[in-house]
Design a protein around this ligand. Structure first.
Ligand code: NAD
Length: 239
């Protein structure tokens, strides 16, 4: 039985990952800011639910009393805005959650992680390409991929791997918020906004959380022991 930690486990992709590992018999810990959301994810599966803001160094360190075999740094946030209008506070907030949160999570994990350990960051196609009105998000997610590529070379000799999963537009609360933003900006319906967003995807549809889970499960598996520093795009061929 592996010990698995998923940050941002109270919704969306993190919830789907946590439930999939728990349903396979792994010992899963989920962390997030809202305890009720974590309990909803748990739904009687026996997960350990811990309140933790990934930007808080002490709270993150406290997650790692015991070593984990698989650590999935999934918590993330985004708020679309043109860069020329963006307050410094918004920039800092997105970089703190998406990039510094991964740094704090992986650094704390490495204090106790053993040979065979797996560090997996939820990056994005925004780690691989740019786009309008999401400069802080893109910068943070490019940073996450840089961190993953660098750390992979540091931990390789310890038999630990560090990889990134890079999904395109996924059907989650964050995906809904992105579509809402586009709908508002262009005065169109939520469905039209979703269609506009997925028009850049060769498969012309949103990605399902389970499709991201499959990539995470592969990177966490013994079969992926030689996959290290990789950016695994789950984007229907968009990137
Ligand atoms: P989501 O909003 O459902 O999940 C994000 C989770 O992170 C939420 O549970 C939120 O509460 C948590 N979180 C945010 N700030 C936090 C903080 N400071 N401390 C702890 N937890 C915090 O959205 P999602 O789509 O499931 O996103 C999960 C990850 O996938 C994110 O890193 C996101 O950037 C990435 N991603 C999402 C998409 C998409 O289209 N939905 C695409 C590519 C990558």
């Amino acid at each position: 039985m592996r010990r698995v930690l998923v940050t941002g486990g109270g919704s969306g992709i993190g919830r789907a990952i946590a439930q999939a590992f728990a349903d396979e018999g792994d010992a899963v810990t989920i962390s997030g800011r809202r305890k009720e959301a974590l309990e909803e994810t748990n739904g009687g599966r026996g997960m350990t639910c811990v309140a933790c803001d990934v930007t808080d160094e002490a709270q993150v360190a406290a997650l790692f009393g015991e070593p984990f075999d698989v650590v999935i740094a999934n918590a993330g946030a985004g708020a679309p805005m043109k860069m020329r209008d963006m307050p410094l506070a918004q920039w800092n907030s997105i970089i703190n959650v998406n990039l510094t949160g991964v740094f704090l999570t992986f650094r704390a994990a490495l204090q106790t992680m053993q040979t065979g350990g797996r560090l997996i960051a939820m990056a994005s196609t925004a780690s691989l390409q740019g786009g309008p009105n999401i400069s802080a998000y893109v910068a943070s997610k490019h940073g996450v991929l840089g961190l993953v590529r660098a750390l992979a070379t540091e931990v390789a000799r310890e038999g630990i791997t560090c990889n990134a999963v890079c999904p395109g537009f996924v059907d989650t609360p964050m995906g809904d918020a992105a579509a809402e933003g586009v709908a508002k900006r262009f005065g169109i319906s939520q469905e039209e906004a979703t269609a506009r967003i997925v028009s850049g995807n060769p498969m012309r549809r949103m990605i399902r959380p389970e499709e991201v889970v499959a990539a995470v499960k592969f990177l966490a598996s013994p079969e992926a022991s030689m996959v290290n520093g990789h950016a695994l795009s789950v984007s229907g061929g968009e990137v």
